[in-house]
Design a protein around this ligand. Sequence first.
Ligand code: CU
Length: 156
Amino acid sequence: MKRTLPAILATALLGFAFGPAPSMASEAYVENADEIVKQADWNTMETVSVVFDENGYTPDVLRFKAGTPYKLALHNQSDKHHYFTAPAFFRSIATRKAMVDGQAEIKAPYFKAIEVLKEGGRIDLYFVPVARGSFEVYCTIDDHREKGMEGQIIIE
Ligand SMILES: [Cu+2]
């Protein structure tokens, strides 16, 4: 059947209107992150530590409370580099900074992935969780994810 241009356009519009709805929480970065970071009481900051080893992240389920300021301390104790890739999670938090103690402090509106280098690499991420939800985190190097280098991050 030969389709006319209007028919094709109508199909495209219907597909747009009734296609799968995007998840609002994961589509855009937190817009007023600076404001949220400034208003947070950093004296109440909680620290969550994650160790990377040969088998994955420990712990592999992380829970955060929306509105509470956090330091997420990542420490790679294995002999391989590993990623902490969590794009939807990074879109759901107001980022203050990332810090490599004694080395560097990075201010950026958001991150996509953080690679922590082998044999003791460390980085601390300071942020306030904003959008509630469950997000995946995984390593993108070789077959690490298939071997179990993945986890879940929950903002409640
Ligand atoms: Cu890895």
